[in-house]
Design a protein around this ligand. Structure first.
Ligand code: ZN
Length: 226
């Protein structure tokens, strides 16, 4: 694949959550591919009492940034917690790829997400069962752990893969010592780097930073909205 065909990933900060005194970024990721532009997760665009009470968020909605909403061809939700699907309503009529299990859980489980954000008007979900080649060199693979229906995006364009993992790992250190099936699948890919939704910098193998563990990621957290 030559440089003109390069697939690039760009993180965009869309919110900051306050978690026990620490600021936790919320990032979405744009994949620029020769065949189209893919947005992975959509952040939040408005405040909701449940989210305010839990995280006192600061929002930088895609719709208020210098961001080409109309230029997005495909949307992927890694999972449907509120901070990952709150901008879905910006993309009516465009295919939104999510694991079928995740969509079912978001629609049926109590306190899972903000349901009206999931089922905003005119959204066209494409329920996925297992792996799917979204575009040449771009695959969705299930990564259960953070939620049973979580998926990650794997980009393979010649070298080792790049992964966009949503919250399969909420903080980078989780990938140093993978515990969930999803985390183990990511490591088994031998990725060059892994973009997380709640870290500014991607995880890379061999760069453990054990002191940087946000409180939210610890066991026994209450509401699992992130
Ligand atoms: Zn999250």
């Amino acid at each position: 694949m030559n440089a003109d065909d390069a697939i690039t990933v760009t993180p965009i900060l869309v919110a900051e959550l306050l978690v026990e005194g620490e600021v936790m970024p919320v990032c979405v990721h744009v994949i620029s591919h020769p065949d189209g532009r893919v947005l992975v997760d959509t952040g939040m665009t408005e405040l909701h009492p449940a989210v305010v009470a839990a995280f006192d968020p600061r929002l930088y909605p895609l719709s208020e940034q210098d961001f080409d909403v109309a230029g997005i061809d495909l949307v992927v939700n890694t999972h449907l917690h509120a901070d990952h699907c709150g901008g879905n309503h910006l993309f009516p009529g465009r295919p939104i790829y999510v694991q079928r299990r995740e969509l079912d859980d978001a629609r049926n489980e109590d306190e899972y997400t903000i349901r009206e954000w999931v089922d905003a008007p005119d959204l066209q979900y494409v329920p996925v069962d297992g792996e799917l080649e979204l575009l040449p060199g771009v695959r969705l693979i299930p990564a259960p752990g953070h939620t049973p229906g979580s998926q990650v995006v794997v980009i393979e364009s010649g070298g080792r893969p790049v992964v966009i993992c949503g919250d399969a790992a909420v903080w980078s250190g989780e990938l140093d010592e993978p515990r969930t099936e999803g985390q183990r699948r990511i490591r088994a890919l031998d990725p060059e780097k892994v973009w997380l939704a709640h870290e500014h910098e991607p995880w890379r193998p061999g760069t453990a930073d054990a002191d940087h563990r946000p409180a939210e990621a610890q066991d026994g957290q209450s509401w699992s909205i992130t």
